[in-house]
Write a protein that binds this ligand. Structure first.
Ligand SMILES: [Mn+2]
Length: 163
């Protein structure tokens, strides 16, 4: 099973279109917030089950603020992360995931990609496809692949980007 994880597209979908084209076929799309009204378009684009949550810029959105989903037998917390201090570090989202019995947490908000394991919890921030802020500022996303035994591999991937 292949999951495309994206975040912080902020209403600009050109790079998301490129990421979808490049990674197709995938089985699920997770968007960690700051969608800015594009959720229906993104669901149509992805052509697969989508988990899309609201970010701090999705003021008037009907999207859930957080979701807990099962992916490949893993309990996954999907949150934008701004309520857990992710701009400082990942300890807040790690603690929240642990408190909820989630082995994986997916978040965004910082526009900087991170894959880290702490206290047995895997934290994934795909960065931003529209407004990257890490050094080099390449649009980024993450791909998670699980095999039949539930083993998970995560990679951050980069686009040259259409701006
Ligand atoms: Mn954002």
């Amino acid at each position: 099973m292949k999951i495309l994880i994206v975040s912080d597209t902020h209403g600009r979908d050109e790079n998301l279109e490129d990421a979808c084209t490049r990674e197709a076929p995938f089985d699920m799309l997770v968007h960690c917030g700051d969608v800015e009204g594009r959720e229906f378009y993104i669901e149509a684009l992805a052509e697969c089950p989508c988990v899309i949550i609201a970010g701090n810029n999705d003021f008037f959105s009907d999207l859930n603020r957080e979701e807990e989903v099962d992916i490949c037998g893993h309990r996954v917390l999907v949150t934008h992360g701004h309520s857990y201090g992710v701009s400082m570090d990942i300890s807040g989202v790690i603690e929240e995931a642990a408190a909820r019995g989630c082995g994986i947490v997916m978040f965004g908000h910082t526009h900087k990609p991170v894959v880290a394991e702490r206290d047995g919890i895997l934290a994934i921030n795909p960065g931003s496809l529209s407004y990257p802020r890490q050094q080099g500022r390449k649009p980024s996303y993450a791909v998670m692949e699980c095999d039949e035994s539930g083993r998970v591999q995560v990679q951050i991937r980069y686009l040259d980007g259409r701006f």
